[in-house]
Ligand binder design. Structure first.
Ligand code: ADE
Length: 239
């Protein structure tokens, strides 16, 4: 996959692309990430990228020309052009998984200000990472990139994201590592048993309990398996 990010603050991405899984995914050519400073496309003397809003009002508005010239220099018929904005659809795990099917993502970040509305004519999707306003789209574009890249084949150990929270519509089951006992708290016996079927069932039950307690909204409209229905019955009988 190719990801191009348009931003006025390319330095913000330095640590992000040079660390951990993203760094490795770039090194192993799972993904190619490029950051473009669209100020370089400004045609005015002072390299201005924003201007006062027509009709008056607070703040500045990003102009069409520098941003769209930058976009036009990289967009192809295969690109999905994404505008990072709190007005967009909200990112979730299922949409991140959908985005992994794209060959080329272009993520556009604004900063401080709004976009000239006409920029939206060149955008396929407007995407938010939650109902709050950030100072710019940079952090949001990193969130999107991170959540998508880790799902790409070869980015992390095959199958290790199959147990992620949300991937099966449930929160992830509790995990433990050494030592066996910490502050008098022991690892559940079943995990020490080596009995794979019992461990699988215990994990499913714990996932259901966690989801029921922390995010019951995720269970609304769920298509239940027979096994899950049986476990839910057990959970209810215990209460
Ligand atoms: N830019 C500012 N706030 C944002 C948000 N919540 N999501 C995406 N982009 C943004």
């Amino acid at each position: 996959m190719k990801i191009d990010i348009l931003s006025l603050f390319p330095d913000m991405f330095e640590g992000f692309i040079k660390t951990s899984i993203i760094k490795r995914a770039i090194a192993s050519e799972v993904v190619d990430i490029k950051i473009h400073d669209f100020r370089e496309f400004a045609q005015n003397k002072h390299l201005k990228v924003d201007d006062y809003p027509y009709g008056g009002g607070q703040g500045m508005v990003l102009m069409c020309q520098p941003l769209l010239d930058c976009l036009k220099s990289i967009v192809t018929p295969e690109s999905l052009v994404v505008l990072m904005s709190p007005q967009g659809r909200t990112l979730n795990q299922s949409y991140s998984t959908e985005l992994t099917k794209e060959k080329h993502l272009i993520l556009i970040c604004g900063h401080y200000e709004g976009f000239d509305e006409r920029i939206r004519d060149y955008v396929d999707v407007e995407l938010s990472i939650g109902d709050y306003v950030l100072t710019g789209g940079e952090l949001a574009s990193m969130v999107v990139t991170d959540s998508v890249v880790r799902l790409l084949d070869g980015a992390i150990t095959e199958e290790s994201h199959l147990d992620d929270s949300f991937s099966n519509g449930l929160l992830e089951y509790p995990q433990y590592t050494r030592p066996f006992e910490y502050d008098g708290n022991q690892v559940p016996d079943v995990l020490m048993s080596g009995h794979h079927e019992n461990i699988r069932r215990w994990r499913l039950k714990q996932s259901l309990i966690k989801t029921l307690n922390k995010r019951p909204d995720l269970l609304e409209g769920r298509v239940w398996s027979d096994e899950e229905l049986k476990i839910m019955q057990e959970i209810k009988e215990k209460d």
